[in-house]
Design a protein around this ligand. Structure first.
Ligand SMILES: [Zn+2]
Length: 402
């Protein structure tokens, strides 16, 4: 472990947003990236700490905009201890900027989650793991028929008093609502005004509802093909002629981004490939959507708050809802990046971009994090050639895995 403010990462392939740099060097000073280039072009200094990448990758830290838990804690547990348990677990998988994500729950549970996230964000210690970029206000405004693994009694229609108070805490950076709910457009407008990435999820919205949502500022859809509408689901709801769904709306509009859960359990390789080819690496994000069973043995766990969240089963590879369906992932972003690189036509730098710069751009943090560019925070990973996380640096300080 090193705390030298002057770091030189070398003996590895540097991953840039648009290409790789074989045998590259990344220099960091005082917590910021100061230089990136080819090894022979760089001066050496005896005062630097040299970090040997061992012939693997030197990568930007990952950014996860949709994540619920890990290591037996869920952000909805509502305590600072739970938050730190999760942020530390994800740092071990290469996530350096994280957006704790709410589920359905009572107003009190959601407020407790927002406050605990805010308290940990303010401490800003590398030992706390992945740094909190902001909260993803995801539940509770889900469509009843698309609630998925979330507790049904904890969902509701948008309530302006509730969400204005939540936005006033100044911690929400991503905001989800199902577009067909009464009051959805007002929610989207308010979220937009507060500078959030505005997203539609857990929704059975039609093309017409998506169009209205887009006009109100919606620009993203949560986990593509999971808990979202399709042409048949809209036909079942609204009859014939068959109408467009969230799927067609996202694929048709360049401004729309989305995300995939690339754990190999939610989506078959051809769908990962399809999403990558159709949206491209600048509009497709990799997210974990991980729950508390990440890095835990197979068994029964609660999704969301530990006192009353819905039960699901983990087999160590993915979560299952009793009676059918999946209950989100139990693996980290390192696995998602590896799967995209190995199962689709995405090249290494494209797979990494979807887990770093693309989500950073979508939430408006790309001046600060998301790529190995001079001036950005020194959030740097040393990865093996198989994308195993070897070492993690945040702001130029090494994170101790222990
Ligand atoms: Zn989720």
């Amino acid at each position: 472990m090193t705390t030298n403010p002057y770091l030189v990462f070398q003996n590895g392939t540097v991953i840039l947003p648009d290409r790789i740099l074989p045998d590259g060097v990344v220099v960091c000073r005082d917590g910021r990236i100061s230089e990136v280039g080819e090894r022979r072009a760089m001066a050496t200094a005896s005062s630097a700490s040299y970090i040997d990448a061992g012939g693997g990758f030197i990568s930007p830290g990952f950014v996860d905009i949709h994540v619920h838990g890990g290591a037996n804690a869920d952000f909805m547990d509502g305590s600072e201890e739970a938050v730190v348990t999760v942020t530390r677990a994800h740092a071990r998988h290469g996530t350096t900027t994280i957006f704790p994500t709410t589920t359905t729950g009572s107003p009190e549970q959601i407020t407790a989650m927002l406050r605990s996230g805010q308290a940990v964000k303010q401490t800003d210690q590398v030992s706390n793991g992945a740094r909190i970029g902001g909260v993803h206000f995801y539940g509770p405004y889900f469509a009843e028929e698309k609630v998925g693994c979330h507790l049904r009694s904890g969902r509701r229609d948008p309530d302006p008093d509730e969400y204005r108070r939540a936005f006033d805490l100044d911690i929400i950076r991503v905001a989800t609502c199902a577009a067909e709910l009464p009051g959805a457009e007002a929610f989207y407008r308010e979220a937009s005004r507060r500078g959030c990435l505005v997203t539609c999820g857990h929704s059975n919205a039609s093309w017409t509802e998506m169009k209205r949502a887009f006009e109100a500022g919606m620009r993203h859809v949560d986990h593509f093909w999971c808990a979202m509408s399709s042409v048949p689901s809209i036909r079942a709801r609204l009859g014939t002629p068959s109408q467009g769904s969230m799927e067609q709306f996202v694929l048709m509009h360049d401004e729309m981004s989305t995300e995939v859960i690339a754990d190999g359990c939610h989506l078959a390789p051809e769908l990962l490939e399809f999403a990558f080819v159709m949206k491209g690496p600048a509009r497709l994000c990799l997210v974990t959507d991980a729950n508390r069973a990440l890095d835990m043995p197979p068994g029964d766990y609660r999704f969301g708050p530990k006192e009353d969240g819905e039960w699901f089963k983990s087999d160590g590879k993915v979560g299952f809802i009793p009676g059918g369906g999946l209950a989100s992932s139990v693996v980290g972003l390192d696995t998602m990046v590896r799967n995209m690189a190995q199962l689709t036509s995405a090249r290494a730098h494209e797979a990494v971009r979807m887990a770093s710069l693309t989500p950073a751009e979508r939430v408006g943090m790309d001046r600060e994090v998301g790529s190995l560019d001079a001036g950005k925070r020194a959030d740097v990973l040393v990865l093996s050639q198989e994308f195993e996380v070897k070492r993690v640096f945040m702001g130029g300080v090494e994170f101790a895995f222990g």
